[in-house]
Design a protein around this ligand. Structure first.
Ligand code: F0G
Length: 454
């Protein structure tokens, strides 16, 4: 049995509450059965996301104390810029307040009405910005990537032949850019191989396409490259990072997965592209030397980026996730395998095979799990999709409840508690029914829509 070993010690703690079940029922009913609308005081283990809730290191806290406050030309910003140039080898940097702000800028500049953005898999905010600018998203994940249970090491890989076909059918001028998402979020935090990235790069070179890398989940992806690709086992995380970056034209990321409360950046290879995007930073984010972040957050981000080069640091999330996934799997509970990054993902099509997708089975399970445990997870399935322009509902490829593993936040006992409660719910799954919307927002409905039992 592989038990994770914490390579850090805990020196600041936060008290948790575990409200009794009657209070949990009241809380989840008031939240419209949407775990996004729960109050944190009613939550025992918050496994909603790993975004903005990871533990900070002492080094990050210390750096925040020496931040250089100024609107323009802050030394704090220069430190971030230097770190990004050093790690990615790209000269031009635009700071933003978070990942979706990068997506707004990229989409406004690169996406035109009728254009296409091929990608290994979409992320909710990415797709929303592309669609808002008149583009469409083409998901060209390999078929094997959609297999819920598998032992493939890199399920996030793009189908390179499908990319070639897409370019041949539409012409390269229709392709706004090609996007690779590290640690593919919506299919279970599954990594992308370096080999696949090289093949995608070759297609981009042949047709003059821009390759954009969403590095929000790069830390996990780096860990998997190092541990799952035999060709990389003797390479340092820093070298692997640079090798990835050298394949890309643009790298953007959300800093919220790096122990920061806020932040993001777009790293750009050419001055020409930088000039096309630059004006949007003061317009939407803030001046070019802070981009909507506070100087303290920028300092924490710079240190967070450096800590991402530390194997003992980036292995923590994946090790805890692997423990949880393997323990659930051992009990016959349907989960996405192999364990990926980000969190543990329950396969709801099998967990609740009696609830149709149109009744938001994953949303129903997330709500039920909170009720029986105080553990807050997130629906990642049909509820997280947007309706088609004609109002019809696309059923998601995967119907998941994601239990994110904030880095270095939970102890193993807490993870065992979550496993035990999920096991109880699995034994009693017949009691869980479907949901229907009682309030359905038009855009990103999963964030604040309200539902009731069917
Ligand atoms: N890209 C990926 C792959 C992400 O996982 C996220 C955020 C974003 C972009 C957007 O970044 O939130 O800073 O604006 N993922 C969070 C999550 C929200 O919970 O998975 P953001």
């Amino acid at each position: 049995e592989m038990v994770p070993l914490e390579m850090h010690k805990v020196r600041i703690v936060q008290k948790l509450n575990l409200p009794p079940i009657d209070d949990r029922l009241k809380a989840v009913t008031e939240a419209g059965n949407n775990t996004f609308l729960l109050q944190n005081r009613d939550v025992f283990m918050d496994m909603l996301t790993d975004s903005g809730v990871n533990a900070m290191s002492d080094q990050q806290m210390a750096a925040m104390m020496v931040a250089d406050d100024s609107y323009a030309g802050s030394a704090t910003y220069t430190r971030l810029e230097s770190k990004l140039r050093e790690l990615f080898g790209m000269h031009y940097i635009l700071p933003t307040h978070q990942g979706r702000a990068c997506e707004n800028i990229l989409s406004q500049v690169l996406v035109t009405p009728g254009s296409i953005v091929p990608m290994n898999y979409h992320f909710t905010t990415t797709k929303a910005h592309i669609v808002l600018n008149g583009g469409t998203v083409e998901e060209i994940i390999t078929e094997a990537g959609l297999a819920v249970t598998s032992d493939l090491p890199f399920k996030g890989d793009m189908d390179v032949a499908a990319l070639e076909r897409l370019v041949a059918e539409n012409g390269p001028e229709k392709i706004a850019f090609v996007r690779i998402e590290a640690g593919t979020n919506l299919i279970g935090g599954q990594p992308v191989s370096l080999e696949n990235m090289r093949a995608v790069r070759a297609v981009c070179d042949r047709h003059g396409l821009t390759l954009v890398y969403d590095a929000s989940l790069m830390a996990d992806n780096l860990h998997f490259l190092k541990t799952r690709d035999p060709a990389l086992k003797d390479r340092s995380i820093r070298e692997i990072t640079r090798e990835i970056a050298d394949l890309c034209d643009i790298i953007y990321f959300s800093a919220r997965k790096l122990g920061c409360a806020r932040g993001g950046a777009i790293c750009i290879r050419t001055e020409e592209m930088y000039n096309r995007m630059r004006a949007l930073v003061p317009l939407y984010e803030g001046f070019l030397t802070y981009g909507g972040m506070s100087v303290r957050e920028i300092e924490a981000l710079t240190v967070g980026l450096e800590e991402t080069m530390d194997e003992d640091m980036i292995s923590q999330g994946p090790q805890f996730i692997a423990y949880m996934v393997n323990e659930l799997d051992r009990r016959g509970i349907p989960v996405i395998t192999p364990a990926g990054g980000l969190g543990c993902h329950i396969d709801v099509m099998r967990f609740l095979d009696h609830v149709p997708q149109a009744q938001y089975s994953a949303g129903a399970l997330a709500s039920a799990l909170y009720l029986v445990s105080g553990v807050r997870g997130m629906e990642r399935g049909t509820l997280s999709e947007q309706r088609n322009p004609d109002g019809t509902e696309p059923l998601a490829n995967m119907e998941l409840v994601r239990l994110a593993m904030p880095r270095r936040v939970f102890t193993l006992s807490q993870v065992k508690y979550a496993i035990d409660r999920i096991d109880w719910l699995w034994q009693n799954r017949a009691i869980v029914g479907g949901l229907k919307f009682i309030e359905e927002p038009e855009i990103l409905r999963f964030f604040y829509g309200r539902l009731a039992p069917v």
